[in-house]
Write a protein that binds this ligand. Sequence first.
Ligand code: SAH
Ligand code: SF4
Ligand code: F3S
Length: 443
Amino acid sequence: MENNKKIYIETYGCQMNFSDSEIVASILKENGYEYAENLMSADIIFVNTCSIRENAEDRVRKRLQYFKSLRKKRPELLIGLLGCMADRTKTALMEEEQLLDLVAGPDSYRHLPRLLAEVGTGRRAIDTILSMDETYADITPVRLDSNGVSAFISIMRGCENYCSYCVVPSTRGQERSRDAASIVRETNDLFEKGYREVTLLGQNVNSYSWKSGNGTITFPDLLGQVAAVSPLMRIRFATSHPKDISNELLETIARNHNLCKAIHLPVQSGSNHVLNLMNRKYTREDYQERIRSIRQIIPGCTISTDIISGFCDETEEDHRDTLSLMQWVGYDAAFMFKYSERPQTLAADTLSDNVPEDVKDRRLTEIIDLQQQLSLTNNQKDIGKEFEILIEGRSKRSENQYFGRNTHNKVAVFNKTDAGPGEYVTVKITGATSATLLGDVVL
Ligand code: SAH
Ligand code: SF4
Ligand code: F3S
């Protein structure tokens, strides 16, 4: 089936959204659509959106204004809204903007060909119904913006943790796991195409569970199966919830060379008072106990995190608890955010967003400054060490340099050698900034 229409997808938000865009591209390709090389050559532009913070939505709204100007010049251009904002705003944005021809939520992508056909008859189309079982397991994603070395694989959808600040359970619906065999198959397929790194994605990968003929496949089981695809294929995953990360998982990582020694364990806050209000279901002490296990079972493992500053009722003391926990863990990296109240969340309904903006800003700055120091100190400790680096591509700064990552998810930059992207080299670290390691290839 060919229809000569070209689509382009612009993606915002998390890695899962990027992975979803690849699923959308695949579904539409199967239905005769082509992928446009750039925005300007597209007949249909999709925006795959994120609702996690207000500024994520603002960015999309601004972008829609730009698309409006494009449409003035090309009235036949179609614009579709996908992703979490599509689910959250349903028809509201369509009414407001008078621009969107189509709105499809995260579980409706299989229906895009039908929705586009409806649009073709001059109607506007919308489908934001969340599903209990959609995992797109059978769809082989078209890899977009790929470096040919690393790829993402969604292994679960939805989330039922209901952290009080978070919009995801409402935009992504019920948690469901994807057929393990299809995940292993996709990894195999990627390996054969030359990929050497996959990141398994889910909002809480530790609760992955798939019933197969001979029992239930848990996340450690799945990791074992994926690791067995090839010793040359590196496996990463995100995200782990501190309440569910088990020693069995840590032991599986320790046992397999190609399971990367880097764990992303979002803490959100170091204060029990705030963690409780956030409905995170662990205490500072529980979290510390998990960190001790990681350090003991996987020596040298790097640990990164997410932190929210200025959540409802956060006091100066709570904030200092966050700083002291950061120091105690000595995070290698962190994503740090200012609390942004989201509609239809527990916090919006039951708590007051009462930390003044300037206080949120100041606390966030202190958190970022501390992380900068921690990252620099940790990276400087790597000077003199040798790491196996998977080359990803040419460094942005210099034609003559490559960049790649070690198992600890740290980026290293080094002079080019005979080896190229997708190959492993041993690099001796000679210098470090808070963001990058610098080194020389020794092997
Ligand atoms: N499922 C993952 C994270 C998903 S969202 C987990 O549970 O860790 C990624 C990060 O965005 C969260 O870890 C949190 O730090 C941040 N975040 C989520 N909602 C937010 C909000 N309302 N305001 C600010 N940051 C938020
Ligand atoms: Fe949001 Fe919490 Fe689910 Fe993560 S675990 S997606 S923060 S509700
Ligand atoms: Fe991801 Fe944003 Fe949705 S973080 S799950 S795209 S709200």
